[in-house]
Structures are given as structure tokens and as C-alpha cells.
Design a binder for this molecule. Structure first.
Ligand code: SF4
Ligand code: SF4
Length: 378
């Protein structure tokens, strides 16, 4: 009988935990988000990248050679999970060349797309080198509303066609929903739609100003009370929230760090113009990867982000419900004038979340600014 050699395998959860623990112990970056392009076939009304989805900006985007160099650098520093996003990834004229290069380098690839551009051919090509996951936005399941929001007639039909193609394939995908004021009534229908693909429904609510500072995207914010009403408790309502603050602790000890989240630990973001940040919406400090090698840029940027502190007397500095809050400093700069400023909407949301969790009435963060820290009972 020939010698049988077995390749040891471990469960994904164990693998992931091990890599995260090692990254934390050795301060290593293991996750990257790369915006391939700001081009998109849709123009969603809340989209933060859409102002740069216009041909006068395309020459600023990373070239194919630059993207390949970045993939090499990411491999060298030990990135494990690589999220390719846009715009829409399929609008990049050399998407498959980039994708297949990244696949061969061994990254676990997560694709973000609006789902409207899938074809039989593109799905077959992905099946040859399957991504780890594909995340597709699903903010409406009503044709008129969907097309109104994307501002492209026919987009809903293309979305459904794309999902049907995906469903027939063996590719892993999930649907993600943003709850906004215009689609609140649709949540039960979206939940049902998501369940029809055998998936668990979850939604996020946070909206940000556009990358050029335009605040029109914020007009689609959902009312804070509605967030709670939609799911009844914070844990369920925030299943997929990309909150800046991710601590699960209630009334965590306060710190005067400007970024009290995971920014500057194990994740990088690279925008379509080759600027390095610590997350998608961190624009207080960016370094051009056209100027600095990736490893050097990470070291400089992370040191700076971790060192940023509140300097003034912003209520955020001592806010004891900040773990419930979605505030991002760059959003605050655009919306309120300074990165340190509180964002009143985020305060309202944090308050209702904290109250729903604790089943208590609390003092609004902007009214407790000068009270002693910890006096949260109203
Ligand atoms: S599909 Fe995505 S990138 Fe395109 S406009 Fe909508 S939100 Fe923006
Ligand atoms: S709840 Fe308001 S005061 Fe507290 S951290 Fe958030 S924005 Fe700042």
C-alpha cells in the first residue's frame, strides 16, 4: 500500500482566531481594503465615493502597475484578508487581471459589489479561482425604489439577474442592507428576500458625508428611535455595524484618544488614488503610497493615528457611552467643522442604543458634558 500523506487542516474559525491573536501580539497588519476604482455604473444617493465617479477624476486612480506593486507589498508584509472594493470592482477595465494576480498570491479575497454587473462569463471566471466571499448591497427589493435610489433605471432588474446567476453558482455570497429613512418600511420584505437566499438578515445605519465633503448623503439617515424599533435591541440592530467604536463594554473606561476603535492596529485601507488610511472613512491623516513604501507608510501612519488625542473640551473626550456611538472624526470635521466635535445625530443614536441596552433613562451626552464622568442616570 502506498504511503498516504495527509495535509493537516484546521477549521476556519480556529485559523482566523490564531492569525488575529498573532497579529495583536506582534502588532502586525493582516487585513487590507483596496479601492480599485471610483467608477461605478450606479449613482446611489448615499454613496461617499460617487463624487469621484466622473471621468475627470479617473486619471488620478492607481495604474495597473501600481496596483500590482501594492499587491506585492501587501504579500510581503503578511496581509491575509484582502477586500477589493470600489466604486464597483467590475467597472475596472483590468479587474480580472488584478483579481487573478491577488488570488495567486494567496490572499483570502472578499469582493464588494452592487451585483448588477455579473454575467455568466464573469461568474465562470470567478469559479475558476473562487473568492472567499462576495458582499452585495441590498437596500431595496422594490423596483421603483431601488432605481430611484441608484438613479439608474433598470438597475433593480440587473441586480436580481446578478443574484440569480450567483445563486446557480457555487460561489459564497452575502447580502448587506443599510437601513435608511426611505427604506424603513421595506425592512420586512428585505428580510424575507435575504432569507430566501438562506442568509441571516442584518443591517447597518451609519451614513457618512461624501468624500468631497458634500453632506447630502446624510439626509437619508434613519430616525434614532426607529433603529431600536426595527429590531428591539442593540445587539440585533447592529449585527453588521461598521462602527468606529467596536468595544462591547458598557460604560468602558474613558480615554482621550481621538480614535478609540481598532484604527491603527491590524487593518489598512488604500483608496483609489493610492492614499493609505487606517479605515475606509479615516481621512484625518493619509499617506501617499506613490511616495512611501507600504511598510514605512504603515509604521508612520499608525504611530500618528494611535497618538492623536482630544485637545479641546469636546464632550466626546469623556463621553461614557462612546462605545454605542458611530462617530468618525473625519465625518465630524465635514459635518460639524472639527474632528473633535460631537455629531448630534450620533449622540442621539448612541443614547437610544445605550438606553435600550440598559433599560434605563440616561442623560443625553451633550447635556452631561460638564457633569462628573459616570453620572449617567437621568
Ligand atoms: S453601487 Fe456602491 S459604489 Fe456604486 S454608487 Fe452605489 S454605493 Fe456607490
Ligand atoms: S455620543 Fe456624542 S459625545 Fe459621545 S462620543 Fe459620540 S458624538 Fe461624542
Amino acid at each position: 500500500m502506498p504511503n498516504e500523506r495527509t495535509i493537516p487542516t484546521i477549521q476556519y474559525g480556529v485559523f482566523s482566531q490564531r492569525i488575529h491573536e498573532q497579529a495583536a501580539a506582534h502588532q502586525r497588519v493582516i487585513k487590507a481594503q483596496l479601492e480599485l476604482t471610483y467608477r461605478c455604473n450606479l449613482h446611489c444617493r448615499h454613496c461617499y465615493t460617487d463624487p469621484y465617479n466622473s471621468k475627470e477624476f479617473f486619471p488620478r486612480e492607481l495604474t495597473l502597475d501600481e496596483i500590482h506593486r501594492l499587491l506585492d507589498e501587501m504579500q510581503q508584509i503578511g496581509i491575509v484578508w484582502l477586500n477589493l472594493t470600489g466604486g464597483d470592482i467590475f467597472m475596472h477595465p483590468q479587474f480580472f487581471e488584478i483579481y487573478e494576480t491577488a488570488y495567486r498570491k494567496g490572499f483570502l479575497l472578499q469582493l464588494y459589489t452592487n451585483g448588477t454587473l455579473f454575467t455568466k462569463a464573469s461568474i465562470e471566471r470567478l469559479q475558476q479561482m473562487p473568492p472567499f466571499t462576495i458582499d452585495i448591497s441590498c437596500h431595496s427589493v422594490t423596483e421603483a425604489s431601488f432605481d430611484w435610489f441608484t438613479q439608474v433605471p433598470g438597475s433593480y432588474r440587473a441586480f436580481v439577474r446578478g443574484l440569480e446567476l450567483l445563486k446557480e453558482s457555487s460561489l459564497q455570497f452575502s447580502l448587506k442592507t443599510k437601513a435608511m429613512n426611505w427604506n424603513t418600511d421595506e425592512m420586512p420584505a428585505i428580510r424575507q428576500f435575504v432569507a430566501s437566499f438562506g442568509q441571516e438578515f442584518g443591517f447597518t445605519t451609519s451614513l457618512s458625508p461624501r468624500l468631497n465633503g458634500d453632506l447630502s448623503s446624510l439626509s437619508y439617515r434613519i430616525a434614532p428611535d426607529t433603529i431600536i424599533a426595527l429590531n428591539g435591541d442593540r445587539a440585533a440592530a447592529d449585527a453588521n455595524e461598521e462602527r468606529c467604536n467596536t468595544s462591547a463594554d458598557v460604560f468602558a473606561p474613558t480615554t482621550d484618544r481621538l480614535y478609540r476603535c481598532g484604527c491603527g492596529t491590524d487593518t489598512i485601507h488604500i483608496n483609489a488614488w493610492g492614499e493609505l488610511g487606517t479605515c475606509t472613512l479615516q481621512y484625518e491623516r493619509r499617506l501617499s503610497l506613490r511616495v512611501y513604501p507600504l511598510a514605512d507608510a504603515i509604521e508612520m501612519l499608525f504611530r500618528e493615528i494611535r497618538g492623536l488625542r482630544y485637545q479641546g473640551d469636546s464632550p466626546c473626550r469623556t463621553c461614557d457611552i462612546h462605545t454605542f456611538c458611530d462617530k468618525k472624526p473625519s465625518d465630524a470635521r465635514w459635518e460639524c467643522g472639527a474632528a473633535e466635535d460631537p455629531i448630534p445625530y450620533d449622540c442621539d443614536v448612541a443614547l437610544v442604543r445605550a438606553q435600550a441596552t440598559l433599560h434605563e433613562t440616561l442623560i443625553h451626552p451633550l447635556r452631561r458634558a460638564h457633569k462628573e464622568i459616570g453620572t449617567h442616570h437621568g
